[in-house]
Design a protein around this ligand. Structure first.
Ligand SMILES: O=C(O)CCC(=O)C(=O)O
Length: 285
């Protein structure tokens, strides 16, 4: 599903200080990346997915805060992965183009869109927690070039109260990726057959920074930064549209080994999950 990025005039110039901060801290907050009314058609498409109105997604439509197989009403953190695969009208939309322009300034010009994702925290769901993780922990090990820019567009103002993204600044510069484990609800030998979510331990020295953003603004994060988000205690939704860019070679390499980011895939590549590292085995992602 890799898509070449269309280098059009959707510029969002970053200054040298922002680029340096991304390298140093592993994240950025950028205001007004997609303003209304351009957000409205994206939001309509988002709603079709998040309300469960797109058929045939299998496990690409799930709850990121719990096991597969939950009734839809019980989803806390509604997750639609690869929406542009299921609805190609999303391909090359204004957010993709502007996020690509940002990504080129951060990791270079030869990039492709790797995956997209819609996330929505239901109101008053304190369990709508996105467990602490590093994105690379979810992806195949052995990929030579891991450079990634992940841009998350707020469709609602994101606040501490509705569960905005939180990061551990600088954690992307640690020499080793932290150990990722399946979350508590997935303790059977089947591991990720039951749930997609992995998690890392926070360390006493970790300082956590919350990233509140206004509707239309984005957060940008590095593939190795430790991040997660708490539950939603408010009466409103927290909705986020994620797109991630990697080098074209990396996207092509990972597709060749069968990794597409779909939860419907069967894992037959080496993962970072310690228990699977010794011998890749068949299980759903
Ligand atoms: O926005 C969130 O709550 C978490 C999203 C996330 O972990 C990611 O996009 O990698």
């Amino acid at each position: 599903m890799s898509a070449d990025v269309n280098p059009q005039d959707d510029a969002y110039p970053l200054d040298a200080e922002q680029v340096a901060r991304y390298q140093r801290e592993g994240y950025l907050v950028l205001p007004d990346v997609v303003a209304d009314p351009a957000l409205l058609p994206l939001e309509r498409t988002f709603q079709r997915f998040i309300e469960g109105r797109v058929p045939g997604m299998g496990r690409d439509f799930c709850d990121m805060s719990g096991p597969y197989g939950r009734a839809f009403e019980d989803f806390n953190l509604v997750n639609a992965v690869l929406p542009r695969v299921y609805d190609t009208s999303l391909v090359d939309n204004v957010f993709e183009r502007r996020a690509a322009a940002i990504a080129r300034q951060l990791i270079g010009h030869d990039i492709a869109l790797d995956y997209d994702q819609f996330l929505a925290k239901r109101p008053k769901r304190t369990r709508a927690v996105f467990a602490w993780h590093q994105d690379l922990g979810y992806w195949p090990t052995g990929t030579p070039d891991t450079r990634t820019v992940t841009c998350s567009l707020a469709l609602d103002d994101a606040t501490l109260e509705n569960g905005c993204l939180q990061v551990v600044p600088g954690s992307h510069r640690e020499a080793e990726l932290r150990s990722h484990r399946p979350s508590a609800w997935s303790s059977s030998p089947e591991l990720r057959a039951e749930a997609h979510t992995l998690t890392v331990e926070l360390r006493p020295t970790d300082s956590i920074v919350a990233l509140p953003v206004r509707r239309g603004s984005i957060t940008v994060h590095n593939e190795r930064i430790v991040h997660g988000s708490p539950g939603n205690t408010t009466d409103g939704w927290r909705r986020t549209y994620v797109v991630a860019f990697r080098s074209r070679q990396t996207v092509e390499y990972e597709r060749r080994i069968g990794f597409t980011h779909s939860h419907n895939d069967t894992i037959n590549w080496k993962t970072h999950l310690e228990a699977l590292d010794a011998e890749p085995r068949l299980a759903r992602v």
